[in-house]
Design a protein around this ligand. Sequence first.
Ligand SMILES: *Cc1c(COP(=O)(O)O)cnc(C)c1O
Length: 460
Amino acid sequence: MAFTKKPWAEPYRIKVVEPLKTTTREHRREAIKKAGWNTFLLHAKDVYIDLLTDSGTNAMSDMQWSRMMIGDEAYAGSSSFYKLEEVCRKYYGYKYIVPTHQGRGAENLLSKCAIRPGQYVAGNMYFTTTREHQEIAGGIFVDVIIDEAHNSFSDHPFKGNVDLEKFERLIAEKGGDNIAYITIGAPVNMAGGQPVSMENMKAVSELAHRHGIKVVLDATRNIENAYFIQQREAGYAHKSVEDINREFCSYSDAATVSAKKDLYVNIGGLVMCNDEELYDDLRSLVVVYEGMPTYGGLAGRDMEAMAQGLIEAVQDDMIASRVRQVEYFGNLLHQAGIPIVTPIGGHGVFLDAKRFYPHIPQDQFPAQKLAGDLFVESGVRGMERGIVSAGRNKQTGDHYYPELELVRLTVPRRVYTQAHFDVAAYYIIEMYRNRDNARGLRMVYEPKFLRFFQARFEEL
Ligand SMILES: *Cc1c(COP(=O)(O)O)cnc(C)c1O
């Protein structure tokens, strides 16, 4: 084999292993029926390669495990908190740090503190839990991402960018005072893990601040974004991911983080800001929903693991191996002609269900079905990111019909080897050959909030 570019390898070796179990197709067929064709409702023991999410499914390092032994479990003033605070200040650059039990805990606090009911919240595409909390706090979400983001095969290198004209139009229509803030997610999870450029972030920040609008970063996957900037944006090739990440954060006023992603832990979250008044509000609300501001719903050992995880996460070779493993998997599928979102994103590969199952109309949930079929055929578990995840418009009660109807195959960090992705790709390619017989679904149970987690379906 000839190499077209220098290959990568994991900057670690394996010390502990967890055996995997395989099951029969008949067993999985029964299991998906029992789960109402919702991969969230499967029992994990029935799954072979679990690509449902990269959230909290990370493998921790020996250093993280050893730090957990020295966690300070004091109810107030835990030294593990002060360690976490110091590391977050160093690598993200914000002044005030409040831990939360996970990302949505941070989103709840921030939305409640920063949104007046009836205000608009702009964002570069919605994220499920983020928008839910914004709406519960009385906000009205407006998507201002560039049009390319909604196109699964545009090759724009920064498909997560904000369309500055759309944002400007919103400001002109509603007035700066009626816009609570703009949320920037980077990379954009729902668009397939597509990054935001430094240039765009800087421009958004200038425009927002000129009109007195705050910029809130969903910094959950920020380190992946910094890696893409290093690889793709002029002027950043020789800067470290650590420096790029800090610069990116410097254009924002506050951030929420799900530590279950970038930070290589199984649980944890953060809300961070520079403004003292906002910090006071966050600090008084955190005790209602999470716990004291020095633990925020976490054990001391969890905060130790987060602090060590962040130190590891900003290392160039660590983030490179993470993103390049995703790229390896994506390339296997892309080269076999499977319709996926391109460019390949930072945290997973997204199958385009509209092109995979073009004969299934969107209101028969093609991505939901494709995720179920993939599980039945292979034991690989992914998740729907299409009409089910998009939910309903709270005013009209109609489904949102997103352009993108995707199955997300998310890559947990430091967990699977290339060989696992060879096997997953093999099954997907086989399924694509036999795709004409697939039938759609109908929804038979719909929960009120974040329906994708618990909705149930039957095959048509
Ligand atoms: C996972 C995620 C969240 C929510 O975090 P949880 O820890 O699952 O509550 C928010 N934003 C993004 C971009 C995420 O990926």
